[in-house]
Design a protein around this ligand. Structure first.
Ligand code: NDP
Length: 331
């Protein structure tokens, strides 16, 4: 049988396992003009939370009682399409199903001999692109500047910090766990890392870690952590707003400091982005990331959870910070 995970109900606040439902259906067969795909790796991502709300956004919401979709690496197990051969691997926005058919639209071949298959969901996939393009296009880092990254030990954050170091920045990461603090300053080469959960005065800790002030703030989390960083920005600071995970489960948006006076007096640029905004730059960005990876200039970390049934729990665990680097489920 073919297990499928559906959106059972729309989460209110923090999602729970009850919001998902697993059903079994027949394994489909590939018709003329189709391939049959077997799911190998599933990406779980914080942005999926937004798609679970019945709200207009840059991407349509998931429908109730329909399969959830995310980035998936799958093996072609049967093919009636000339471009795809049995045994090849593809990545695409696919459904949380063990097996599914596709007409090939939106599928990209991935080569397991070039890089680990799972890396096409992380450093050589959406999160790597987000880190590279968000930082370079909006953050515009230059040598000697100070870059602060929140959500620093996650899929996007670990890559942002390392690219900051490659450009010659002083890099400070903010994360919620002492083990992650150690990982950031050892494996990922950050100059300094701060545990936001155990630091009583975050604004002061950032000031101490950034003796020259903050030139670039790559924001993955929003909320109070970002308020503390914003209090330390320099004139002409750039602030790529990549994510706001600390606010995704809020049922009412909490009031924070008014930002206009800070942005005004610091002549700062705060810009939100969705990675698709930079789609035309994906090929060159992937080339750069792959080259740094090959040369050993970029490291990546993955938290791999085993088992199709554990996809919803792995997603929930993102909000508990259980991942180091990219959270992926191996089916
Ligand atoms: P991560 O791998 O960073 O995983 C999420 C991490 O967020 C957790 O490990 C946890 O780390 C941290 N976190 C969870 N809850 C909170 C909280 N309340 N306050 C502060 N930190 C919290 O995810 P990604 O790297 O995939 O994504 C990072 C951000 O970038 C997300 O906000 C995501 O939505 C966004 N994003 C945006 C894209 C775009 O196109 N703009 C594309 C991809 C991602 P810790 O232990 O440190 O708390």
């Amino acid at each position: 049988m073919n297990k499928t995970i559906l959106l059972n109900k729309r989460p209110y606040g923090k999602p729970t396992l009850d919001d998902f439902k697993t059903v079994s259906e027949e394994v489909p067969t590939a018709k003329e003009g189709e391939v049959l795909l077997k799911t190998v790796y599933v990406s779980v991502d914080p942005y999926l939370r937004g798609r679970m709300n019945d709200a207009k956004s840059y991407i349509p919401p998931f429908e109730l009682n329909k399969p959830i979709q995310s980035g998936i690496i799958a093996e072609v197990v049967d093919s009636n399409l000339p471009d795809f051969k049995k045994g090849e691997f593809v990545s695409g926005m696919l459904e949380w199903k063990e097996f599914q058919t596709s007409k090939g639209k939106g599928l990209n071949k991935v080569d397991p001999t070039v890089a680990k298959l799972s890396s096409y969901l992380g450093i050589l996939g959406m999160t790597g692109l987000t880190a590279y393009l968000g930082l370079m296009e909006i953050g515009k880092p230059t040598q000697g500047e100070t870059l602060v990254v929140s959500g620093a030990a996650g899929a996007v954050g670990t890559v942002v910090g390392q690219i900051g170091k490659l450009v010659g920045c002083n890099v400070v990461g903010i994360t919620g766990d002492d083990e992650k603090v150690a990982l950031l300053t050892s494996t990922f080469g950050f100059d300094h890392a701060i545990n936001y959960k155990t630091t009583p005065d975050l604004k002061k800790a950032i000031k101490e870690a950034c003796s020259e002030g903050v030139d670039i703030y790559f924001d993955n989390v929003g909320g109070e952590i970002s308020d503390a960083v914003l209090a330390n920005i320099n004139k002409f600071a750039r602030l790529p707003v990549c994510g706001a995970i600390s606010l995704y489960n809020e049922t009412e948006v909490p009031m924070g400091p008014r930002l206009q006076p800070i942005l005004l007096t610091k002549s700062a640029t705060m810009r939100g982005f969705i990675i698709g905004d930079f789609a035309e730059k994906f090929p060159s960005a992937i080339q750069q990331l792959a080259s740094w990876l090959k040369d050993g200039k970029l490291q990546f970390s993955e938290t791999i959870v085993e088992g199709f049934d554990n996809i919803p729990q792995a997603f929930l665990d993102l909000f508990e910070g259980k991942n180091k680097g990219k959270m992926i489920v191996k089916v």
